[in-house]
Write a protein that binds this ligand. Structure first.
Ligand SMILES: Nc1ncnc2c1ncn2[C@@H]1O[C@H](COP(=O)(O)OP(=O)(O)OP(=O)(O)O)[C@@H](O)[C@H]1O
Length: 755
């Protein structure tokens, strides 16, 4: 079954203007919309339509959403299926509101309602069933904060800084050392849940006063014992952190670190979804902890994704990104599989204890978390302080089998030493299982033997269930050991968290630098410094940038506010003329080539000089200057057209770019211009191209993924070493890049939406 994707549009909030998202229905029954409509940010006359299973508008109550989307999954949960419900959307779109909700009854979100539904169904089951039924519910709750997993049942001051390690268990990923708490009633749950939520990392940003800084995963484990069988299933309710544009959130140091981590994991998720869609052999699921845990498409769970959207223009590009992501996600097929029940009297289990034909079984992890739906026997444990689970149980033949079994049974509280067949628990007497089982027993019939063995098997399974850490918390691993585990894991994953984080800051710094956002670039470089101490190059870069900002201050004052448009308020239209609109390039370092992201001016006199290693293409400066001086800075498209017409005078390349010449030597028909008279539209185009951000380039009109790659490759091919990167300085140069012609250039240019 494909993942069910539903969209929820939150109400417009105070101070929010200009609603641009609307709903529609592809059916005749317009009372059930299933489409989201949003204008094309580059051409307001055009509307994009996205279709999902259902679309909920701002009138939808928490109750309605739950009844339609989540309540139906409860019966599947009781039927032995796993369920995964997750909220996705950019920051401030209502994910936490949807999943957790408010305190009042009407405002309660999906999670408390789900628990309430589970308890209600459990009671109904027990009441109506003719056989005895018992339902045990336990929960675990953890967050992924800055790429580390923390148990939310633990107070932050008691956490190990390294977090909890992850381990693979078949198709599932388990969190080692996670506690599971039994929850007898809804009240129990609410108490635990509220306490744990206080431990969740939240902070205020400009976009959300209580912004979640982590992905939170609640696991609900259901153990339904019906007569002689027990079935375990799990529901995972996931409140993802939202993608963030730091120019809009106003994030500073600590928030920025969190944001980089959030964006990175969400980017990995998007890459996974894309790779699944393309049916790639490699899905980069291991590239982030969140994707490992979510395990989209591979988790064999009934999956519902709630796409949270904000209806207003300030979120335009975020909404579009989310819609595109959801559009791809809805195509993912999941093979839901029912978790196997265990029967107390499972006769088929007997042969495995007989004779020498015992099959070697793979290692089966016993240390589990909620995500491990291994088989349990009935009589779930209720004693505290029982022996903790072994890491692995090995089924093997010969002596090893005996040992493994001995280990299991020896600790069984159900062991009956007087039992004539307690030899199962005595390895020294079980060297020859054949002889033992088939030796003539004058006083016991074969049926009785079978029965006794059946009973024994059940006991062993029950003992194993007692050994499970389902209720008893896992042993606390010392901080030192956990740190080592974490380091080991990073090594296995080929990552080094700190360095990676530092590189992300460097990347963001360079992006800001390319856009001429010196202050933000400086901020990012300073953050990167924490990760690359004693790096002289970085220090000198910071010093030079600081100096440059200082020097520009008086200049800025002279020019007035319009001159420094690079870091203006997003609502200010001027900003769109020169710097990237938060909408079109919000995604931070995505698709960016770290080593290629800095464009270097050849011209030493260019108005932006940034030491030896970092510089922006001077086209950006000339644009800034042009706009600062130009009274027509706010003109609309037609004004730009006239301006461009004047520019058609032809322009000699100054040799700044050594691109690969096209095979056919045609006179370029595209407009050529002198850098000093570039229009904002042209500057913007060149800026996008020179930034080498695949994501942005492919959004240009007439450019697909392949062409975008070809452009970036052509640019990289034209570089003279890593420290001397090529810059496209005119439309003519752009038109001569491999894979790009004058027509494409014109298309790209005219497709740019300018304010
Ligand atoms: N359907 C809704 N009805 C009423 N208010 C809503 C709704 N959805 C969201 N809100 C409000 O919008 C604000 C932001 O919502 P919320 O904190 O849930 O966003 P979020 O997506 O979880 O953000 P973040 O990713 O930053 O944590 C909150 O004040 C919340 O009450």
């Amino acid at each position: 079954m494909a993942i069910r994707v539903v969209a929820r549009i939150r109400p417009q909030q105070q101070n929010e203007l200009d609603v641009i998202v609307s709903t529609a229905s592809s059916n005749d029954d317009s009372s059930h919309p299933n489409q989201v409509k949003i204008p094309n940010p580059r051409n307001e006359g055009e509307t994009f339509t996205f279709q999902f299973n259902t679309v909920y508008d701002h009138f939808t109550t928490q109750q309605q959403l739950f009844d339609n989307e989540v309540a139906p999954t409860i019966k599947h949960l009781f039927g032995g299926f796993d369920v995964a419900i997750f909220a996705y959307g950019s920051t401030g779109t209502g994910k936490t509101h949807t999943m957790r909700g408010g305190k009042s009854l009407a405002e309660r979100g999906v999670i408390p309602r789900l628990l309430s539904g589970i308890y209600r169904r459990a009671r109904k089951f027990a009441k109506e069933s003719v056989v005895e039924i018992s339902v045990k519910i336990s929960i675990s709750y953890y967050e992924i904060y800055n790429s580390k997993v923390y148990d939310l049942f633990e107070a932050p001051d008691k956490r190990s800084l390294a977090g909890l390690p992850l381990r693979d268990n078949g198709t599932k990923t388990v969190v080692v050392g996670l506690t599971e708490r039994p929850c007898e009633s809804l009240k129990d749950f609410e108490k635990l849940y509220d306490q744990a939520n206080m431990n969740r990392s939240t902070s205020a940003t400009k976009l959300n006063a209580v912004s979640s800084r982590s992905h939170a995963i609640l696991g609900i484990k259901l153990a339904v014992t019906t007569g002689d069988q027990i079935r375990i299933s799990t529901a995972s309710a996931i409140d993802l952190a939202g993608s963030e544009d730091n120019r809009r959130t106003g994030n500073q140091k600590e928030r920025m670190v969190e944001s980089a981590s959030i964006n990175k994991s969400l980017f990995t998720l998007a890459k996974c979804v894309e790779a699944i869609g393309r049916q790639d052999v490699r899905i980069p699921i291991r590239d982030s902890k969140m994707t490992r845990i979510l395990n989209l498409g591979q988790n064999h769970s009934l999956t519902v994704m709630i796409l949270n959207l904000a209806p207003v223009r300030t979120y335009h590009q975020d909404t579009l990104s989310s819609l595109n992501f959801a559009n791809r996600t809805k195509k993912i097929e999941v093979r839901e599989t029912e978790n196997e029940p265990v029967f107390k009297g499972c006769a088929r289990a007997i042969p495995t204890f007989r004779g020498t034909s015992i099959q070697r079984q793979p290692l089966r992890p016993l240390a589990t978390s909620l995500h491990n739906s291994t088989i349990h026997a009935s009589n779930p444990p209720n004693k505290q302080g029982d022996r903790l689970a072994k890491a692995f149980s090995v089924y093997s033949d010969g002596a090893r089998l005996s040992n493994a079994r001995m280990a299991t049974v020896r600790h069984s509280p159900l062991k009956r030493p007087s039992d004539p067949f307690s030899s199962i628990s005595r390895p020294n007497k079980r060297r020859s299982p054949n002889r033992m089982l088939f030796r003539p027993q004058p006083t016991i019939s074969k049926e009785v033997i079978e029965k006794i063995i059946e009973g024994k098997v059940t006991d062993i399974l029950a003992a194993r269930a007692l050994d499970q850490p389902s209720i008893v918390p896992q042993p606390k691993i010392s901080e030192e050991v956990q740190k080592r585990l974490e380091l080991l894991e990073q090594k296995i994953d080929g990552k080094d968290g700190g360095r990676e984080q530092g590189l992300t800051f460097l990347l963001m710094a360079k992006q800001h630098a390319v856009r001429g956002e010196d202050t933000s670039a400086l901020r990012m470089y300073t953050l990167a410094k924490d990760f690359f101490r004693d790096n002289e190059k970085l220090d000198s870069k910071i010093d030079k940038l600081r100096e440059k900002i200082q020097q520009r201050k008086p200049e800025k004052r002279q020019r007035g506010p319009v001159a420094d448009t690079s870091e203006l308020d997003p609502n200010n239209n001027n900003r769109q003329l020169v710097s990237s609109d938060y909408g079109t390039d919000k995604t931070p370092p995505l698709g960016y080539r770290p080593s290629r992201s800095v464009t270097r001016p050849k011209d030493k006199d260019s108005c932006v000089q940034d030491g030896q290693a970092d510089a922006r293409p001077f086209i950006l400066c000339s644009t800034l200057d042009t706009i600062a001086k130009s009274p027509t800075a706010k003109q609309d498209d037609s004004d730009y057209e006239a301006e461009v017409h004047d520019e058609e005078a032809g322009h000699e390349s100054d040799g700044g770019l050594h691109y690969k010449a096209k095979s056919k030597k045609k006179e370029p028909r595209c407009r050529t211009l002198n850098d000093q008279v570039q229009t904002p539209r042209t500057s913007r185009l060149l800026e996008i191209v020179n930034a080498r951000n695949l994501n942005q380039i492919r959004l240009l009109r007439g450019i697909g993924a392949k062409k975008a790659e070809a452009i970036v490759e052509a640019l990289c091919g034209a570089d003279e070493g890593e420290s001397n990167e090529a810059v496209v300085k005119s439309l003519e140069e752009l038109g001569r890049l491999r894979g790009v012609g004058p027509k494409t250039v014109e298309n790209m240019r005219m497709g740019l939406q300018m304010a």
